[in-house]
Design a protein around this ligand. Structure first.
Ligand SMILES: [Fe+2]
Length: 247
């Protein structure tokens, strides 16, 4: 794949721009995974066409962060009282495929409450809503790529994909990264969940090690005495094909 050139203000080529790597085979969910019923309808029925990455996809910022408030990262402080459930801290580091920290990068999360219910009009699971829990948060990574959230451990919930179908407890993550092609939407799971083997969404990722990377690790270092258990969830966004020299 060839590199593009960024134009300087004078119109002269300034520096080469390397495209981003494609995903490793087996590390992403299959488009069609019949056990995950919705994929039967939305999977492409024609062969995919590989599009070249162009300048607009590999450069430039992808979001405005001026409105991210420091308290957006604590989902237990968004209402009059604390939500019910097990308070937890989720902490991790965001790096690219070369291990470089991604700083000032937007992370958004959303999740069900402790009873396994989303604060959403379409969720009619027979579990209680919590007036003190919306279940959405966001933050920016620091200079070393670290982020953390304070939240409530979400409950498992039924989802009618098949008979007696329950999703393992999970937190949805969205990351923008440095460019449009690094956008990642994924789910973080909790260690030792007995529902993993029965979940077609997790199992739709063919590579076992890739599935394991979606499971957070209990982290005593993040755990705060007398207050909350800590879980570590590191994230790798795709890196460049060629790493530019640093001057
Ligand atoms: Fe969910």
């Amino acid at each position: 794949m060839s590199s593009s050139l960024v134009q300087s203000e004078s119109g002269n080529p300034k520096r080469p721009v390397a495209p981003f790597r494609r995903h490793e085979p087996g590390t992403q969910p299959d488009y069609l995974y019949p056990a995950y019923r919705a994929t039967r309808l939305r999977a492409p029925s024609q062969p995919l066409i590989l599009l070249p990455q162009t300048l607009s996809e590999v450069t430039g910022r992808v979001f405005g962060h001026s409105s991210v408030h420091p308290n957006d990262r604590d989902l237990t402080l968004q209402h009059a009282s604390e939500p019910l459930g097990e308070r937890i801290i989720v902490r991790g580091r965001v790096v690219d495929g070369d291990g470089h920290a991604l700083s000032n990068s937007l992370i958004e999360i959303w999740q069900a409450n402790a009873a396994g219910r989303y604060a959403h009009a379409k969720d009619n699971h027979a579990a209680p809503l919590d007036p003190n829990f919306t279940g959405t948060g966001r933050t920016l990574t620091d200079n070393d790529g670290f982020y953390s959230f304070v939240t409530i451990k979400p409950g498992a919930y039924p989802w009618r994909n098949h008979d007696n179908a329950w999703r393992p407890a999970h937190i949805h993550f969205s990351l923008f990264g440095p460019a449009f092609v690094t956008r990642l939407i994924t789910q973080m799971y909790f260690p030792g969940d007995p529902l993993f083997a029965y979940d077609p969404i997790l199992q739709s990722i063919p590579d076992e090690r890739a599935r394991e990377r979606l499971v957070s690790k209990f982290d005593l270092e993040t755990t705060k005495p007398e207050w909350a258990l800590g879980y570590r969830f590191d994230i790798v966004l795709r890196g460049r094909e060629a790493t530019p020299f640093e001057r």
